[in-house]
Design a protein around this ligand. Structure first.
Ligand code: SAM
Length: 280
């Protein structure tokens, strides 16, 4: 079968389940055929073998039952680097790149800054900050054993030489972290979905671990904990940098204010308040 034929066929089948069927069909084919974007575009008239066709079609079936493409292909791009992902870890999202880039930019010119990434998941934030700020001491804390596996794998494969310091721990046990050096930045994209909204999320998101999503009854448990209990681990001129859900920025700014911090809110690509920065 020609590559172009199978591409059209899968795009049509994905129309039932995907917001962007042609993109997902292309990414699936590129992955199985080990093609980059240019090779895919130039190779659309090439014949592909029966074995490869069968493999593409069997993975297509997985996507059609709602398994996210990222879990099927086992990796995803974040800030231009490929992170391993799979069941048990949150898939890195494009809006998280805004948070990460803000931290990288504000660290420019600081000597040996110290950064904690709380609720680190795949490590996309911690590892990107470390790679873009090699002088920084970066600590990543993650509770889930499954997510920690990906954090460790990505840290080893992407940070050769000097890596992020990983801690498989629970950020609610703050006392266990009090021996860490004080931080210039505490960054976090914590679980922030209201507990009772999780069952209504789209099928793909429900494949992601509940531990990565559930932010308590109002979705704000982790922000309250981090701001009130972790502020003692922040340097006097240190900052909090959070990603948050739609309509949460004002409530987080209020929690920051009560705890002596001014806030700055940054919008995402869809004009939604997505990032909250707290500064004393
Ligand atoms: C929304 S995900 C974010 C993952 C990653 N930072 C990202 O942006 O892709 C939240 C992460 O917090 C972890 N987590 C949940 N409760 C935790 C806790 N009490 N202590 C540490 N990590 C926790 C989850 O396992 C999950 O990996």
């Amino acid at each position: 079968m020609k590559l172009n034929t199978i591409y059209s066929e899968i795009t049509t089948r994905f129309e039932e389940v995907c917001e962007n069927p042609s993109f997902e069909a292309k990414e699936l084919i590129k992955h199985i055929c080990s093609l980059n974007e240019t090779e895919f575009l130039l190779g659309r008239n090439n014949e592909i073998s029966v074995d490869v066709t069968d493999k593409i079609l069997s993975l297509t079936e997985k996507r059609l039952i709602g398994i996210p493409l990222q879990y099927i292909i086992g990796e995803w791009d974040f800030m231009g680097r490929i992170f391993k992902v799979g069941e048990g870890v949150l898939i890195p999202r494009p809006e998280t790149e805004i948070l990460c880039q803000y931290v990288v930019d504000m660290l420019k010119g600081k000597l040996s800054p110290c950064v904690y990434d709380l609720c680190s998941g795949s490590g996309c934030i911690a590892i990107s900050i470390k790679l873009d700020t090699p002088d920084a001491d970066v600590y990543a804390v993650e509770k889930s054993k499954d997510a920690y596996f990906y954090l460790d794998t990505n840290n080893k494969s992407l940070c050769s030489g000097s890596a992020v310091t990983l801690i498989n721990g629970d950020i609610f046990n703050v006392d266990e972290f009090k021996t860490l050096p004080k931080a210039d930045v505490i960054v976090s994209n914590p679980p922030y979905i209201n507990s009772d909204e999780i069952s209504g999320l789209q099928k793909e998101v429900q494949h992601e671990p509940v531990m990565a999503l559930d932010g308590g009854s109002d979705g704000l448990d982790f922000y309250r904990l981090i701001i009130t209990e972790w502020k003692c681990l922040l340097k006097d001129d240190g900052i909090f940098a959070f990603e948050c859900g739609e309509n949460q920025a004002d409530a987080i700014s209020d929690i920051l204010k009560i705890n002596g911090f001014d806030s700055l809110v940054i919008k995402d690509y869809n004009d939604i308040d997505r990032i909250v920065i707290g500064r004393r």
